[in-house]
Design a protein around this ligand. Structure first.
Ligand code: GLP
Length: 261
């Protein structure tokens, strides 16, 4: 696991955007795994700017989102399909037919989850999965005690997550109690992971995820077991990491990061 600490939120977001852009340029028909949440809004904003100013090309890219609420139609402003259109898909040249999210309106949720897993397999798996982290330690909507081998499935959200995310709804009571999420195992199958966390409110959970024991109580801690994971934090989110000086030392001295310093 590489932990990259950047001074400001903007620097951390720009760094993540650059890694994504380089991956897209390297493999134009990349299969991207996308995430939602406030943290990603700035990142998608940056990618949209790169598309407009630097011709970053999404025409061959495919995308799979981590999760979607159960019971919200695509046109509901709280749905993740709506979020993705609003922040990314409507502003870049990705073919919308190649953008996938679990269908939280499916009558048979179990069948929808199986179909989502199959669709990911049918394109050869996810090349690069973007991750945020919730205050409950979740990646996707894998709440505490999710099996670390879990696959895409319907889940019940924790009270912490409901409190955290309902503020994003015009009417907080509209926030669903359930969602479909890629499983922890599904995420671990992705060839590369990039976890982005910014702000002081993430400091405690980032320390647990990066330096704590690998445990289903903090599902994000499983990234410690991934062979190709980069965690990107601003200084605020990294402030409780005991190894933060060492992380900086590695970044300053590893030739891998030469183009990015
Ligand atoms: C939601 C998503 C997660 C994301 C989290 C972080 O809960 N399901 O995938 O990591 O939001 O959100 P924020 O960036 O708003 O803190």
């Amino acid at each position: 696991m590489d932990v990259v600490i950047r001074k400001s939120t903007e620097d951390a977001v720009n760094f993540a955007a650059r890694l994504l852009a380089d991956a897209i340029k390297c493999k134009p028909d990349i299969v991207l795994g996308l995430a939602t949440g406030r943290t990603m809004e700035n990142l998608y904003g940056r990618l949209v700017t790169m598309h407009k100013n630097d011709k970053l090309d999404f025409s061959l890219a495919r995308s799979f989102n981590l999760d979607e609420y159960v019971g919200l139609p695509a046109e509901h402003p709280g749905s993740y399909r709506f979020y993705m259109s609003r922040y990314l898909h409507n502003h870049v040249n990705i073919d919308k037919r190649n953008t996938f999210l679990p269908n939280g309106m499916a009558e048979d949720l179990a069948a929808e989850c199986c179909a989502y897993e199959k669709r990911i397999k049918s394109v050869g798996g996810i090349d690069l999965q973007l991750l945020g982290i919730g205050r409950s330690g979740h990646i996707g909507f894998n709440e505490p005690l999710s099996a670390l081998t879990s696959r895409t499935r319907p889940v019940v959200l924790t009270a912490t997550t409901i409190a955290e995310n309902s503020t994003l709804f015009d009417n907080p009571a509209d926030m669903p109690r359930r969602a479909i999420t890629m499983g922890v195992g599904t995420i671990m199958d992705c060839r590369r992971l990039i976890l982005l966390a910014t702000g002081e409110s993430k400091a405690e959970i980032i320390a647990k995820a990066v330096e704590g024991p690998v445990s289903s109580r903090v599902t994000a801690s499983v990234v410690q077991l991934h062979q190709n994971c980069t965690v990107i934090c601003d200084e605020a989110a990294a402030s409780q990491l005991e190894e933060r000086e060492y992380c900086q030392w590695v970044f300053d001295n590893d030739p891998m990061w030469d183009p990015y310093r």
